[in-house]
Design a protein around this ligand. Structure first.
Ligand code: NAD
Length: 498
């Protein structure tokens, strides 16, 4: 990839991106200042007016061509993602390809979800024709994380674009090349105006975007940063959608298919080196099947090797500082009486962490309460599924969860406090574009994906048109005592019996 953005306005300040696998320089990008951000947002305003003036169908055509480019150049995009994050090339290609369905869905359904539609009227408003439509907000600022640098930001970006907004995107400072690739690809299908622009830099550039007066900020990242984003946006009353971290649990009942539950736990906990917001971090297993489950899980996880070479199934830890968090969680768990059924302190070697399965870990240890973001799982024996549900819910987070049970999967899932839950599978809900994605509690608020994801980037606009003069004139100083008495009678008839 190239070592600079297309943006010649850049300031003298730049930052470097290095491959977590090799340490090699991958690229160098400008740290955009508040002035740069303001200029970008100003250009976006003009572009937003033009883009909003197109029909849903015209925007859909452009978004369809955008996904065509991503699909045809998937290997190239995956190469940049691999260089910047260290994730295996095949995982990168899978991630990017899963974003394509979202692009198609948002483009196809925007009109149906957001277009003008009739609304019902009441007895006293029979003379009115009511309708509602969802209009674009204008310019949406998207602040992205590094762990899924394509799937995650596109989950906001393509829905915001399909709704008729312009987007200013600040990718993570660890993955600016991936963000730059996406923006350049979109510019090829929308050359007329800078509808989708890139700004690069660290938190200071993100903070400048929050303060820039954009019409909404779609933030994905840690809960701690979301609080700063919210505080920054409060100055201009800029609304935000916050997609934050999680501590997802996977519950295994006595009647679960243990092979598929173990396979799912290993993958959801360790794929992408465990650096997934909806990654499983805690497993609660019914006492009757606990030993059999742990044996199967250890067998699968033992075969997955982490490394920086192309054959490794698990890549290195992307964020240098995260290694210490993972080490602390493992060591603390073992110090408090936990046992390493696989891995342990030696699993951490430089920025490569081998799979770890920790059992008997006290519920108040950081390995159970904090986001670890490494290929580690705590596996805990529970009395019954009531116990499992209570423990799964005993977290400040509430992003996703998974339940494995042949008979009671849906019933157990119903009792979990989280935004998304998978039954007898993992990572299925984000692949279904019609399903909203998001969490509760410390995992954030607002939704991307699906109809809610389109509405998130629009505002409802209601129109009530009077078709004929009402028999009962209510909103006039000419209203009579007779009208008042008639209205009182009608209201008593309609509502009084309740
Ligand atoms: P992070 O919070 O460190 O950074 C996220 C983004 O915020 C980056 O682009 C960063 O530059 C920017 N930023 C930092 N300080 C800022 C500030 N003061 N104002 C504005 N922007 C600022 O998170 P990360 O390490 O990049 O990503 C990992 C986190 O993201 C994990 O907690 C993970 O669970 C979460 N995540 C959540 C989802 C989801 O959909 N819920 C998806 C992926 C990742």
């Amino acid at each position: 990839m190239t070592t600079s953005t297309r943006d010649e306005r850049a300031t003298a300040d730049t930052f470097e991106v290095r491959s977590p696998s090799t340490g090699d320089l991958v690229g160098s990008f400008p740290t955009h200042t508040a002035d740069d951000v303001a200029a970008t947002v100003a250009r976006a305003r003009v572009a937003a007016d033009w883009w909003a003036g197109l029909t849903f169908g015209e925007r859909a055509k452009r978004l369809d061509r955008f996904r065509g480019i991503i699909a045809r150049r998937l290997a190239q995009l995956a190469g940049i993602m691999h260089e910047e994050t260290g994730k295996p090339h095949s995982d990168a290609a899978l991630e990017a390809s899963l974003a394509l369905d979202h692009c198609a869905w948002a483009a196809k359904h925007a009109d149906q979800v957001l277009g003008r539609r009739r609304a019902g009227v009441g007895l006293l408003t029979l003379n009115q024709a009511a309708s509602v439509e969802y209009r674009p907000l204008g310019v949406v600022g998207v602040i992205g994380p590094w762990n899924y640098p394509v799937f995650t930001p596109l989950g906001s970006i393509v829905y915001a674009l399909a709704a008729g907004n312009a987007v200013v995107f600040k990718p993570s400072e660890f993955t600016p090349g991936t963000g730059s690739w996406l923006v350049e690809a979109f510019a090829q299908v929308v050359p007329e105006h800078p509808v989708f622009q890139l700004i690069t830099g660290d938190g200071s550039t993100g903070a400048a975007l929050c303060a820039s007066g954009v019409d909404k900020v779609a933030f994905t990242g840690s809960t701690a940063t979301a609080k700063k984003v919210m505080a920054g946006c409060s100055e201009t009353l800029t609304p935000i959608v916050a997609e934050c971290g999680g501590k997802d649990a996977l519950l295994v009942d006595t009647d679960a298919d243990l092979d598929s539950a173990a396979d799912a736990a290993a993958w959801a906990g360790m794929a992408n080196a465990g650096q997934s917001c909806i990654g499983t971090e805690r497993v609660y297993v019914h006492a009757d099947v606990y030993d059999a489950f742990v044996e199967k899980l250890v067998k699968i996880a033992r075969e997955q090797r982490a490394g920086t070479d192309p054959d490794a199934k698990i890549g290195p830890i992307t964020l240098p500082s995260q290694v210490e968090t993972i080490r602390r969680h493992i060591n603390d768990a073992l110090r408090r009486g936990g046992r390493a059924a696989l891995g342990g302190p030696d699993a951490v070697d430089g920025n490569v962490v081998q799979p770890c399965i920790l059992t008997n870990v006290p519920e108040d240890s950081p390995a159970v309460t904090e986001e670890t973001f490494g290929p580690t799982l705590t596996v805990t024996k529970v009395r019954d599924m009531d116990d499992a549900v209570a423990r799964a819910n005993a977290t400040t987070y509430g992003l996703g969860a998974a339940v494995f049970s042949k008979k009671r999967g849906a019933e157990i899932a119903d009792r979990l406090r989280c935004g998304m839950v998978a039954v007898n599978a993992v990572f299925n809900f984000p692949q279904i574009p019609s399903l909203p994605f998001g969490g509760v509690g410390d995992s954030g608020f607002g939704r991307i994906h699906g109809p809610d994801g389109l509405r998130e980037f629009s505002y409802a606009r209601s129109v009530a048109r009077q078709r004929f003069t009402p028999p009962l004139a209510l909103t006039t100083f000419a209203r009579t005592a007779k009208t008042d008495s008639l209205v009182a009678k009608i209201m008593t008839l309609l509502h009084g019996r309740h």
